[in-house]
Write a protein of this length. Structure first.
Length: 107
């Protein structure tokens, strides 16, 4: 498979399945949340803001939209009811696994 054929396939998948990724910053946010989730230590809102991926209002807007699309779920932590943990939803994880499989396919 040629490089542009592969890129076309990836873009088609992104347009069909990953509509919630409007910007590269959306992908950055989801990667950070997913990375912490894989490590077994969910990312909190406070930790996300410390990564300086955007201003606080921008991050809140971005997360609200990602929640509406069903890509991110949030809940209060058990140890501190004030803190909010962020997680990638099972549906979004399934999509990212399929996307990773496309990225890993050899041409």
């Amino acid at each position: 498979m040629g490089v542009f054929t592969k890129l076309r396939t990836l873009r088609a998948f992104q347009r069909r399945r990953l509509r919630f990724l409007r910007t590269m910053e959306d992908l950055d946010v989801l990667c950070e949340i997913g990375l912490h989730q894989e490590k077994g230590r969910p990312l909190t809102m406070k930790e996300l803001h410390r990564l300086h991926l955007g201003s606080v209002p921008t991050m809140q807007r971005r997360l609200r939209r990602l929640r509406q699309f069903g890509a991110v779920a949030s809940r209060r932590t058990e140890r501190d009811g004030r803190a909010v943990e962020l997680r990638i939803t099972p549906r979004a994880l399934k999509l990212f696994n399929r996307y990773a499989a496309l990225l890993g396919r050899r041409g």
